[in-house]
Write a protein that binds this ligand. Structure first.
Ligand SMILES: [Zn+2]
Length: 307
């Protein structure tokens, strides 16, 4: 249905239904600007990324980076952007392979990483997430009622290996961070990690406490990854260009410093605004923004005060 038709019928039905129809309205179709910003790029050999975008500005937002790993048996897709992006994702995949999609992995529950799971779901597609993420997804409207059939078909707790040889993928959960169910995906033969929103951008992260996220745990969780997983040099983050292992190590230190700064400020009786205003600790993080600092510091304050 076109936008004009939707608007017209809404007016005819009456004002009282507008609020309800807005709540029930399907997610918007991808905009031309967002489609143009969504390219498939080679990472290494048989691994590609379909570029994501930052949630701001909204007009070009498509959701997170999508991993496209072409194995002997078919294509493994990591994350599925916002709702209604399935056809565009598939079109990008078809530009690099004729193989079918056989596996979906979601790094975590958020709708900009699971939004088009429904498009790919089917009897021949296995979908895999951390067990906490399946629980979180089951609470989303996109996976309730009739749509529960689109929930992931397989879960794991600490580590899961899929495939073997050059097709091997290791999935790891090292603890809470962005949510309580984030998965790190390692393409072992390609020395590449898909980190999702555990490494979203070079700025303070979104700590989603409503899905079990933790600003206190996050740096330790990434430390366990850095210490426990070897032979990785390339990292696909949630909403940023492909980066390196050293960039992830820098982000881990940034998170540890963010937490130390926020918790010290709270202990000293400073307000969130005062804690945010003091950015001296950020001096050593060249290229980092502070546009999301306020929300992150607030989340850490809330976590420390048991809210
Ligand atoms: Zn997220």
């Amino acid at each position: 249905m076109t936008r004009a038709l939707v608007l017209g019928s809404t007016v005819l039905i009456g004002v009282s239904t507008i609020a309800l129809s807005a709540l029930q309205a399907p997610a918007p179709a991808p905009s031309a600007a967002a489609l143009a910003a969504t390219r498939i790029e080679k990472v290494k050999d048989n691994l590609y990324v379909i570029t994501g975008s930052s949630p701001v500005p909204r007009e070009t937002f498509s959701g997170g980076n999508v991993g496209v790993f072409i194995t002997e048996k078919g294509v493994v897709v990591v994350d599925t952007k916002l709702a209604n992006w399935g056809p565009a994702i598939l079109e990008r995949i078809k530009s690099v392979t004729t193989k079918p999609v056989v596996t979906i992995i979601n790094t975590h529950t958020h709708g900009d990483h699971t939004g088009s799971n429904e498009f790919f779901a089917g009897a021949t597609v296995e979908s895999v997430v951390h067990e906490n993420t399946k629980t979180n997804m089951a609470r989303m409207d996109a996976f309730k009622g009739d749509k529960a059939k689109f929930l992931p078909t397989r879960t794991y707790k600490d580590k899961l290996t899929l495939g073997s040889g050059k097709d091997q993928i290791d999935l790891y959960h090292f603890g809470a961070g962005h949510t309580n169910g984030d998965t790190f995906i390692v393409y072992t033969a390609l020395r590449t990690l898909h980190a999702g929103d555990m490494f979203p951008w070079k700025d303070a992260p979104f700590i989603d406490r409503s899905n079990g996220g933790s600003g206190r745990a996050w740096p330790d969780t990434i430390k366990r990854l850095l210490d426990g997983v070897k032979n990785v040099d390339t990292v696909i983050g949630g909403h940023q260009p492909v980066a390196g292992w050293k960039d992830l190590a820098t982000f881990q230190r940034f998170l540890a410093d963010l937490y130390a700064h926020a918790s010290a400020a709270q202990k000293a009786g400073k307000t969130v605004d005062q804690a945010v205003a003091d950015k001296t600790w950020m001096g050593k993080y060249a290229g980092y923004d502070s546009t999301r600092l306020q929300a992150a510091v607030q989340a850490i304050y809330d976590e420390l005060s048991g809210k």
